[in-house]
Design a protein around this ligand. Structure first.
Ligand SMILES: [Zn+2]
Ligand SMILES: [Zn+2]
Length: 243
């Protein structure tokens, strides 16, 4: 399984970084988009990515920086010959994107797109990729759901935490025992040392930190990297890691 970091910025785009989007690619060529921040379609086109290979899009939560790129994809899926299912965390997201897409099509439905709700636990398994959703507390104050995903394919696994609660109470204790090849997480809601102290309790081979706010935290993430008992990646847009 290959992870392609399309967008590694935090809430806002920043110099050289677009909002959050990851692409998972499996050995059979299947591709899955995890979050679709602003400019994601531009990133994929710039790298000449075979867009019809993307069959499923998963959005961790309904914050703009994780889904601003979806309208572009809905707009141009016919042009780029894409057919896909979008998994969203809330019905209001499904209703909103369905209404938006209908509006920009002059009132007609889009036969290329299906929508489904994310459910806690294993909610997706197409025989190539299996995805398990772990609820996070990122927007619990608003009473809204958000998720992290354990993605398993090609005998590898990666846990994508999504945005977290400042306490990091929503990194599941499962990951203290359950082995993962990589944890992809954020550093916008806590400092680097607090993040590393929590990650050190996880049974992982490596960690990749994206969604870093403010970007000056990259210096701390590098300075204290030895706090992490496994390999650290600080990916830039366009980087990829083969697990
Ligand atoms: Zn975010
Ligand atoms: Zn968020």
């Amino acid at each position: 399984m290959k992870v392609i970091f399309l967008g590694t910025s935090y809430g806002a785009p920043s110099h050289g970084r677009r909002q959050q989007s990851l692409l998972l690619e499996t050995a059979d060529g299947s591709a899955y988009l995890i979050d679709a921040g602003g400019g994601v379609l531009d990133s994929l086109v710039e790298m000449n990515y075979p867009l019809p290979n993307i069959k499923t899009i998963f959005i961790t939560h309904l914050h703009g920086d994780h889904m601003n790129g979806l309208p572009d994809i809905l707009n141009l899926c016919g042009y780029f010959n894409m057919n896909f299912t979008v998994y969203l965390s809330e019905q209001r997201g499904i209703d909103t994107f369905t209404a938006y897409d209908s509006m920009q099509r002059g009132g007609s439905d889009n036969p290329r797109v299906k929508y489904k709700l994310i459910k806690e636990g294993c909610f997706y398994d197409d025989g190539t990729l299996k995805l398990t959703a772990y609820p996070t507390a990122h927007i619990e104050g608003a009473g809204k759901p958000s998720y992290g995903f354990l993605a398993e394919a090609d005998s590898k696994s990666v846990y994508i935490t999504g945005d977290l609660h400042p306490s990091m109470k929503d990194i599941p204790s499962d990951f203290g025992v359950l082995h993962t090849d990589m944890i992809i997480t954020e550093c916008a809601h806590f400092d680097a040392r607090t993040l590393y102290a929590r990650l050190a309790k996880c049974n992982a081979e490596s960690a990749a930190v994206i969604h870093v706010m403010p970007p000056s935290k990259y210096a701390d993430l590098k300075t204290y990297a030895d706090d992490l008992p496994y390999k650290l990646h600080l990916p830039d847009d366009g980087d990829s890691i083969e697990l």
